[in-house]
Design a protein around this ligand. Structure first.
Ligand SMILES: [Zn+2]
Length: 432
């Protein structure tokens, strides 16, 4: 049995790993590279022959795990693709959005359709038998339907983590523990540090909202469209009664599509969320929620007085409707900008967090007078302590999906515990 990483090596995006076992070639994830200067890589050769792959298993619907799947079909792959139903439903929204926003996507709409024609459901705990190789999915707690993969073949057990969720959060189930394996291929996005406590994060979030809304200000929340935006809505549903009355605008067409989908995904949520649905309530629709459809309606919000909450994309301020809101709203000291997601180095978010007097947004100089807050505890990934717990007792670990220094920090702690550990490298096969 061998595993060969073909993406997300010493970096976060582009997850794509080839498992060779029992004479078969199975691809685990087929993700897009994202971020500045990364798009080129999506057009480079995969590093293996797509026609030689027998099947694909997807861990979850994030673009950096599914985004090159249509390209795999474009290059001749015709096998089945396995994922949970939630992953399939979310992947459609994610891939269609990618086609819209990417300047130069490495696939066409017909490739997306071809991929969906080969979609096969695989739910947690079911066994997928491919001859003598068997595969199954475990709960990863990172997105609705997100999974880690367990493979049995050639007398060996192999585990691929996919992305592991933050167990303190409420909306999704906690990640399950993997079986003891001969080798684990594991993500290390936050391998260098634990997260701030989620309870403290929520408390701070409510404080900022309470103060801003009571002075009639606007709260801008840039948010990822899948999962994070809905999680914020869930918090506002549960805690909204503690806040001054104000409209909550969901100003992201993609997040609205995901919100529409959520009632079909009930079984993928935590028991707490399921309990609401079983009582006939939708906990992702707080009171005073207004879904903003058109660009005109979105721009009209700039002229409305506060108080209000605006949740808009993109989460990393790399484009989208949030930019209009910030261009008009950051100069007013009554307003607040609240980051609930990671802001990459060199991006507008990181620039704003350094609190300059003026920021340039959509070609305009905007005085930065609004308050700015960043709340780290909303991360959708396991923190360092959670990764260490999840990997407890595993003799061999290969780390991927993280910046090199973060993987090294985690690797050091694993080595100190006596575990075998190395970083994955592109195209370098590892014997299991
Ligand atoms: Zn992910």
């Amino acid at each position: 049995m061998r595993i060969v990483p073909f993406g997300a090596t010493r970096e976060v995006t582009g997850s794509c790993h080839l498992l060779l076992a029992e004479g078969r070639r199975i691809l685990l994830d087929c993700g897009l590279y994202q971020g500045r200067g990364e798009e080129e890589k999506n057009h480079a050769p995969f590093g293996f022959d797509p026609k030689g792959v027998e099947a694909v298993v997807l861990t979850h619907a994030h673009l950096d795990h599914v985004g090159r799947l249509p390209r795999l079909f474009r290059e001749g792959f015709r096998g089945p693709v396995y994922a949970t139903q939630a992953t399939w439903l979310l992947a459609r929204i994610v891939l269609e959005d990618a086609l819209k926003v990417m300047e130069n996507p490495p696939f066409a709409p017909e490739d997306v359709e071809e991929a969906f024609r080969h979609a096969r459901p695989l739910e947690y705990g079911e066994w997928l038998r491919l001859g003598d190789l068997t595969l199954s999915l475990g709960q990863a707690g990172h997105l609705p339907g997100s999974a880690f993969v367990v493979a049995h073949g050639e007398g060996k057990v192999f585990v691929y983590s996919g992305d592991l969720g933050n167990r303190e959060k409420v909306v999704l189930p906690d990640p399950s523990l993997p079986p003891k394996a001969h080798l684990v291929l594991c993500e290390g996005t936050y391998g260098d540090r634990p997260h701030r406590s989620f309870k403290d994060t929520v408390r701070e979030f409510l404080e900022v909202l309470g103060e801003t809304l009571s002075r009639g200000g606007k709260v801008f929340i840039p948010s990822f469209a899948v999962e994070r935006a809905q999680e914020i809505l869930f918090l506002l549903y549960e805690e909204g009664h503690r806040l001054p009355k104000a409209p909550i605008y969901l100003d992201s067409p993609m997040a609205s599509r995901v919100l529409e989908l959520y009632p079909r995904l009930v079984r993928y949520f935590s028991e707490e969320v399921q309990a609401y649905f079983l009582q006939g309530k939708n906990p992702f629709r707080p009171r005073h929620l207004e879904v903003v459809e058109s660009v005109e309606a979105s721009k009209a919000l700039n002229r409305e007085p506060g108080p209000m909450v605006v949740i808009a994309g993109s989460g990393m301020l790399s484009g989208g409707r949030i930019l209009h809101h910030l261009k008009h709203g950051l100069s007013d000291p009554k307003n607040a900008l609240v980051f609930v997601g990671y802001q990459p180095r060199g991006g507008l978010g990181a620039e704003i967090l350094a609190r300059p007097q003026v920021v340039r947004i959509l070609g305009e100089e905007v005085p930065l007078r609004a308050s700015v807050h960043t709340l780290g505890g909303f991360s959708g990934h396991a923190g360092q302590d959670e990764l260490l717990d999840w990997l407890e007792g595993q003799p061999q670990v290969v780390l991927v999906h993280g910046e090199e220094e973060k993987l090294l920090a985690l690797g050091k702690l694993l080595a100190l515990r006596g575990q075998g550990v190395r970083l994955g490298d592109f195209g370098e096969g590892i014997e299991i």
